[in-house]
Write a protein that binds this ligand. Structure first.
Ligand code: AMP
Length: 232
């Protein structure tokens, strides 16, 4: 079974850090829509030019553009054994489109990282990224250079305090409904993201095991219903 992971949670919950770890430890590609957009801004593509002002205000890029980006990325062969999505979906419309894209593939395991609002504001105010490659630096550990490429660490333009408040508002309005969208699935799990990163990581690993078992049960039920034509 492919390991199709989806990270949910507000900005600053640690989705990117944990997705990065999954990519490393499980050998699956990390698909971070924020990173894809920041790359596009950096290289000055058409999408990048249009997305820049929207991102600087902390608002969301249109569903149409984002769904196109993710659809194209999921068509690549390296996602056949799994992937980890970080930052997508962010609206119910994006989630519905993702369900269509995933219709013939193994179930998504949805991991929702929960962190209190005050902690998110604190984290986003101190978060640094690499000016050169865009990698996140660990929060508040005094690191001055990027661990990946040695580049200079800077604050992200959209981590400015006024923009952070706007991003959290937009999260509550447009992205939080996704929790209700996915909660009913046997492959949905919530994790306490206010713990140290290693504990969050081990809770996520345990959640994947449990959700994976849920996915197998679901697949068997669907198979039985289809073969026998019985009511679920
Ligand atoms: P992130 O790095 O995930 O916090 O994303 C940074 C910014 O990119 C967001 O504040 C949005 O402006 C934009 N963005 C990233 N992913 C999406 C998405 N799925 N839908 C709309 N906008 C997005």
């Amino acid at each position: 079974m492919a390991l199709n992971l989806l990270m949910l949670g507000p900005p600053g919950a640690g989705k990117g850090t944990q997705a990065e770890r999954f990519a490393r430890t499980r050998g699956i590609p990390k698909i971070s829509t924020g990173e894809i957009l920041r790359d596009a801004v950096h290289t000055g593509t058409d999408i990048g030019r249009r997305a820049r002002a929207i991102m600087d205000r902390g608002e969301l890029v249109s569903d149409e553009v984002m769904i196109g980006i993710v659809r194209d990325r999921l068509e690549k062969d390296d996602t056949a054994d799994g992937f980890v999505l970080d930052g997508f979906p962010r609206t119910v419309e994006q989630a519905a489109a993702l369900d269509t894209i995933m219709a013939a593939r193994d179930a998504l395991i949805v991991l929702d990282i929960v962190v209190p609002e005050a902690e998110l504001v604190r984290r986003l105010g101190t978060r640094m990224i690499c000016e050169n490659c865009g990698a996140n630096a660990p929060i508040g550990d005094g690191t001055v250079a990027c661990m990946r490429c040695g580049g200079r660490l800077v604050q992200r333009a959209d981590d400015d305090q006024a923009v952070v408040i706007e991003r959290l508002k937009i999260y509550h309005r447009q992205s939080e409904p996704l929790v209700e969208y996915y909660r009913v699935r046997p492959t949905f799990r919530q994790i306490d993201g206010a713990q140290p990163p290693d504990k969050v990581a081990s809770d996520l690993d345990a959640a994947i095991e449990a959700a994976g078992a849920g996915a197998v049960t679901l697949a068997k039920t669907v198979d039985r219903v289809l073969r026998r034509g019985v009511q679920p």
